[in-house]
Ligand binder design. Structure first.
Ligand SMILES: [Fe+2]
Length: 153
C-alpha cells in the first residue's frame, strides 16, 4: 500500500484534532514501510501496539471533548467509535495469535478514519468552534490544553 499523503481536505479546522488525525496516518504509513522492508514480527507488533494505543487515546479524547461541549449527537458518535474499536480489537487479537494482519489493519484503519473525518467528525466542527474556540469561549479554551495533556502523556 503506498503512503497516504495528508491533504488539507481532511482538516476540520480544529488544530488539536487535525494533529491527532495526521499522527494516526503517519503511524499507518510506518506500517507500510515495515511491510515493504521485511522487518521482524516483533517490530511490527510494537508498531501496531503504538498505533492502536494512540488511536484509542484519540477516540477517548474526542469523546471527552464532545461530552464537554454537550454535543447533541454525543451518544451516536460514541457508538461509531465503539463499533470501530471492537473491529480493531478483533484484528489485534488475530495479530496476537500470529496472523499477519498488519496490512489489513492499516488499510481498514485508514479507510475508516478518512471516511469518519469527512462524515461524523465534520458534523461536530461547528459546535466545537462555538463552544471551545470562538470569541466567546474565553477560559473554556484552557480545557483543550489540559485534556490533551491528560490523554497523551
Ligand atoms: Fe470521531
Amino acid at each position: 500500500m503506498p503512503h497516504f499523503v495528508w491533504s488539507s481536505e481532511y482538516e476540520l479546522g480544529i488544530p488539536v484534532i487535525d494533529a491527532q488525525h495526521k499522527r494516526i496516518i503517519e503511524y499507518i504509513n510506518r506500517i507500510d514501510d515495515v511491510l515493504s522492508n521485511d522487518t521482524s514480527q516483533e517490530a511490527m507488533n510494537a508498531i501496531l501496539t503504538n498505533l492502536v494505543d494512540y488511536t484509542f487515546s484519540h477516540l477517548a479524547f474526542e469523546e471527552a471533548m464532545l461530552e464537554e461541549i454537550g454535543y447533541e449527537d454525543f451518544h451516536g458518535h460514541q457508538l461509531t467509535h465503539k463499533t470501530f474499536t471492537r473491529l480493531i480489537e478483533n484484528l489485534c487479537h488475530r495479530a496476537r495469535q500470529g496472523e499477519p494482519v498488519a496490512a489489513e489493519l492499516a488499510a481498514f484503519l485508514r479507510n475508516w478514519l478518512l471516511t469518519h473525518i469527512m462524515s461524523e467528525d465534520a458534523r461536530y466542527v461547528e459546535a466545537v468552534h462555538e463552544y471551545l474556540l470562538g470569541n466567546e469561549a474565553g477560559r473554556r479554551r484552557y480545557w483543550l490544553h489540559k485534556t490533551v495533556t491528560r490523554y497523551f502523556q
